[in-house]
Design a protein around this ligand. Structure first.
Ligand SMILES: [Zn+2]
Length: 420
């Protein structure tokens, strides 16, 4: 039930006075601290909340039809012990979990209680490791920095900045937070697994998600973190990043506050472990399998349609530049007069793929992915004059449909081709 549509900012801060039990997630407390620490942030948050609510209200009666969107992600690995310098495979496993959970492709969906199954949503958000950095260079979407600080994620410098977010404080600077979802993977300590900043609740340099490396993804050093080894910490935190609150609201031991989502039942407290359905809370059957609760990774299963609506509003009204960043899938950025698109032939291809890109000089990098986004080939070529043909050997590719991503100095393209 939606108990309070418009919760003034101070009202949701009040229940934070005491944390009666161990928190896995630092987000509520972080929001409280940030809004106190940074002058002007509360006003900024209030304005964004108005805009997000207006967006949601405008689409309430007629849900928005839109394409599946892909959010470019950069993962900043900040480690003291080399053990925490997690592998690319572990990082990719987390992206895979996000893509499964936000697209309702997770196996637990089939086991949802009947009363909730009709509420579960395909959020239609996908995530990719950014293929280009803010300077336009090809990238794998991962930065790595060794730090001298233990449990850096909770450390705050004397000027109030959280160290993990700054090069000069032992952490790593964000990539433009309007255009990328920044995820820092760094030790947190104090029993916390992760935290995130809902829109407008942090200085721009600190906007994003932080996850402890042993709860990030499903492989590598996360594999033995049972029962929280399935990458759901990041699913939960990315939910916060797109403006979801905990399903029990922002205060413990209360049925009076809510998560501002209409189709999630009011809930008094977090659930932990793996309860059996039904569980009663505040006179309703508790949706403890929601990603925004505190249950074990394997017991979480769903976002609701109402949560999808709230996240969609956050994306379009508060984080719209994520939509216009082409760091996931390059498409033509427009045709300056007189320039032509690359010519790719033969298509279908058998042994080689030729690319004529007559007016692009300088470094050209190419990447071939399948339709699931898996990279099969990467290459860089230098075009010395304005009439070069690039030739790529593709005979080893299995037959199928592929995307050829071309990154030039001024322009980028994605073109489909068929390998037979
Ligand atoms: Zn949380």
């Amino acid at each position: 039930m939606r108990r309070q549509l418009f919760i003034p900012i101070l009202a949701f801060l009040l229940p934070l006075a005491g944390f009666a039990q161990q928190e896995k997630c630092f987000s509520s407390q972080l929001m409280f601290e940030n809004l106190q620490r940074w002058p002007g942030l509360a006003d900024q948050r209030a304005l964004l909340e108005q805009e997000m609510k207006a967006f949601e209200a405008a689409h309430e009666s007629a849900p928005m039809e839109r394409m599946v969107v892909t959010i470019p992600v950069v993962v900043h690995v900040v480690y003291k012990n080399p053990y925490d310098n997690i592998s690319q495979a572990q990082i990719q496993s987390q992206i895979d979990v996000l893509n499964t959970d936000f697209r309702k492709l997770n196996g637990e969906i089939g086991g949802l209680p009947v009363i909730f199954s009709g509420l579960s949503a395909d959020v239609e958000f996908q995530f990719c490791l950014a293929q280009v950095d803010p300077q336009g260079n090809a990238s794998n979407g991962i930065t790595r920095q060794q730090t001298y600080l233990s449990n850096i994620a909770l450390l705050v410098s004397t000027d109030g900045r959280r160290r993990v977010h700054y090069d000069d404080l032992g952490g790593t600077n964000a990539w433009n937070p309007n255009k990328y979802l920044n995820i820092w993977v760094a030790r947190i300590g104090s029993g916390f697994y992760g935290f995130a900043t809902p829109p407008g609740t942090a200085p721009a340099a600190e906007d994003g998600v932080v996850i402890d490396p042993i709860y990030f993804g499903t492989e590598g050093i996360a594999a033995s973190s049972m029962p929280n080894h399935l990458g759901r910490t990041a699913t939960h935190e990315v939910g916060h990043y797109f403006n979801l609150y905990h399903i029990w609201g922002n205060g413990f031991n209360s049925c009076a506050d809510d998560d501002e989502v209409a189709d999630t039942p009011v809930q008094r407290d977090p659930y932990s472990g793996c309860p059996s359905h039904p569980q009663s809370s505040c006179g309703a059957s508790a949706m403890f399998m929601n990603y925004m609760d505190y249950t074990d990774d394997g017991c979480m299963a769903m976002f609701t349609l109402g949560q999808k609506s709230r996240m969609t509003a956050a994306l379009y009204a508060a984080r719209p530049e994520l939509l216009s960043n082409l760091a996931c899938t390059y498409v033509s950025t427009g045709e300056p007069s007189g320039l032509s698109a690359p010519d790719v032939y033969p298509n279908p291809a058998t042994d080689v793929l030729n690319i004529d890109w007559p007016l692009s000089a300088g470094q050209v990098s190419a990447r071939i992915t399948d339709m699931q986004g898996k990279t099969w080939m990467q290459a860089v070529a230098t075009v010395n004059n304005n009439a070069e043909t690039l030739t790529y050997e593709v005979s080893a590719l299995p037959a199928g449909v592929y995307c050829l991503h071309l990154y030039g100095a001024e322009k980028q393209y994605t073109l489909k081709f068929i390998k037979i």
